[in-house]
Design a binder for this molecule. Structure first.
Ligand code: SDX
Length: 392
């Protein structure tokens, strides 16, 4: 049920919860956020507006959006002692290792917003998490390349601010390229929320015990890191580079079909979508826009297009209903903008934070909410008596 109408997706699911944020019909390739199709939001909205929609349930008026953006902007700075936290990492630490650590550490700094029974605390911690993720991610990148951290510039948009903190340097003005800002903002929209995926379910389970929101989001980041989940965008681009040229594609398709080979086509397939992931459609279109805006091209895009074409005409992928997912093209765009592959999943975490936070708020504010406690099918030994070691 999605409120206004009953949408029978034709499948029985082991539903883990009720939620009104996001609806997916995997068979039809439908994705709605609070009833709005992802394609329309990607085309017409902004990441801040979609964030407001996910958190509040309705699209904002101009004043509501301005107030929301003003509030988020004022939370973008990090406590100065957290800069020292970065010094403890090796320079070659994966950005997701840093994100897990630093976001978890926020619990130690913002005691005035960790009382989850207080709606005001929940609101402030939600805004802090959404606002600080770009700063934390940009600082992870700067630390890795040995450049000084850039402080947020509140005159810029949410996404423009992130681009400047990532690619700007103190020595000179940083010019935000509007087409790049728009493309990245759209990529954030495409990653904002996605029903009860593994990392969102992790956040909900952690939150159900009453853990503070910063710790819950750190748990979600850890789960997202896996290559079967958010780590797939990094793995997909690495795979496309490894394939290198279109003539090598048949070899990799054969490997992906071989049950004895653990290789999977990264960025392909989905636990829920058995049709084209609507986000991948928008992503492919955005590749072309960014290439035109930056006047660049990348042979890896041609490999991706031909790989998609060959896979979608191969019986194995057709029968198993394996289509490109959100991670298949995203790396091509992020690479063209200038991000290194190891930053891709950190960007996914940056964008998904609003979905995690909105889902956490939905759960926590439900008066009937109880601690999550999954059960199991026991497959171990029957009951038996202890045997002293001398008799073993
Ligand atoms: C994300 O849940 C979400 O919503 C996640 C996400 C979000 O926004 O939060 O959408 C983001 O995580 C997208 C997925 C990113 N991961 C990848 O691209 C990694 C590559 N994909 C596969 O690892 C796989 O498709 C999964 C993990 C995504 C799904 O795994 P499932 O549930 O096992 O897939 P399935 O049940 O549909 O598989 C059916 C068959 C299986 O073979 P059989 O057991 O039937 O013989 O297809 C095979 C799978 O082995 N298969 C693949 C394949 N994906 C599934 N074979 C080759 N290449 C692939 N990519």
């Amino acid at each position: 049920k999605t409120g206004m109408f009953t949408y029978d997706p034709g499948f029985t699911s082991t539903a883990s919860c009720d939620s009104g944020l996001t609806f997916i019909d995997g068979e039809e390739g439908v994705l709605l956020h609070r009833g709005y199709p992802i394609g329309q939001l990607a085309e017409n909205s902004s990441f801040m507006e979609v964030s407001y929609l996910l958190l509040n349930g309705e699209l904002p008026s101009k004043d509501e959006l301005d107030t929301f953006e003003f509030t988020i902007t004022r939370h973008t700075m990090l406590h100065d002692q957290l800069r020292q936290f970065y010094q403890g990492f090796r320079r070659d630490a994966h950005p997701m290792a840093i994100m897990c650590g630093v976001v978890g550490a926020l619990s130690a700094f913002y005691h005035d917003s960790t009382d989850i029974s207080d709606p005001e605390h929940r609101k402030i911690s939600s805004h802090r998490l959404i606002a600080k993720m770009p700063t934390i991610a940009a600082m992870a990148y700067k630390y890795a390349i040995g450049q000084p951290f850039m402080q947020p510039d509140n005159r810029l948009s949410y996404t423009g601010n992130f681009l400047r903190m990532t690619f700007g340097v103190p020595a000179e003005e940083y010019e935000v390229v509007p087409a790049v800002e728009k493309a990245l903002d759209r990529i954030f929209i495409l990653h904002a929320d996605h029903e009860q995926n593994a990392s969102t379910s992790t956040v909900r389970l952690a939150g159900s015990s009453g853990a503070n929101p910063f710790a819950c989001i750190a748990a979600g980041i850890a789960c997202l890191w896996g290559p079967a989940h958010g780590g797939a965008n990094e793995a997909a681009l690495n795979m496309l580079h490894e394939i290198g040229t279109p003539d090598k594609i048949p070899e990799y398709i054969a490997r992906a079909k071989n049950k004895d080979d653990p290789f999977r086509l990264m960025g392909f397939g989905h636990r829920v979508y058995k049709n084209y992931d609507p986000r991948a459609t928008v992503m492919q279109k955005t590749v072309r826009e960014v290439f035109d805006a930056l006047n660049v091209s990348d042979p890896v895009f041609e490999v991706a297009l031909q790989l998609e074409e060959m896979a979608l005409n191969d019986d194995y992928f057709v029968e198993k209903k394996l289509f490109p997912n959100v991670d298949f093209y995203s790396g091509v765009i992020l690479s063209a903008i200038g991000f290194p592959t190891e930053m891709f999943t950190a960007l996914f975490a940056l964008a998904r934070t609003v979905g995690w936070v909105a889902q956490w708020n939905e759960m926590i504010s439900d008066p009937g909410q109880r601690i999550g406690r999954p059960r199991q099918l026991y497959t171990g030994p029957e009951k038996r008596d202890y045997v002293p070691i001398a008799q073993r």
